[in-house]
Write a protein of this length. Structure first.
Length: 152
């Protein structure tokens, strides 16, 4: 119903973020362990760095109460996406319900219309211009009600 009334459903998601984590390295199978033992290969590091995309809920005081962790990517993939999102929207994740999270201009957004990157770019710019217009209207209204405006 909301989509039919207002058109697009695009929301900025302030609870989404990438967090740096360290993950255990998967253990090799028994054949590989035997060959490593026979060849005396030095041990691999036990942990590897990665980034995890998570969405959470917060209390009114700002404490995180619930966290859903959806995606883990390597540091190299994270750095590439971090550079790309400054220029074009990066699709971070799709849920089975049709919700899609995008990373663009250092902010996360979600939508449920299966938008392309170029359409997502236009929608974010529209959203930003609407917010800017609202701020300008509020500033004008506040200036009209200021004590200096009353005595003109």
């Amino acid at each position: 119903m909301w989509n039919k009334i207002c058109g697009s459903l695009l929301r900025q998601d302030t609870t989404s973020r990438f967090e740096r984590v360290t993950l255990p390295v998967p253990r090799p199978g028994w054949r590989q362990r035997l060959s490593e033992w026979a060849n005396e290969v030095p041990k691999r590091p036990e942990r590897r760095p990665a980034y995890e995309f998570s969405v959470g809920k917060y209390t009114p005081t700002g404490e995180r109460t619930t966290t859903w962790k959806f995606l883990r990517i390597s540091v190299e993939d994270y750095l590439e996406a971090a550079e790309t999102q400054k220029v074009t929207p990066v699709l971070v994740m799709k849920s089975i319900t049709g919700k899609r999270w995008w990373w663009y201009l250092d902010r996360f957004f979600w939508e449920d219309e299966q938008l392309s990157a170029s359409r997502m770019h236009r929608r974010v710019l529209e959203l930003d211009s609407r917010k800017q217009e609202q701020l300008e209207r509020a500033r004008r209204a506040a200036a009209d009600r200021s004590p200096a405006a009353v005595y003109r």
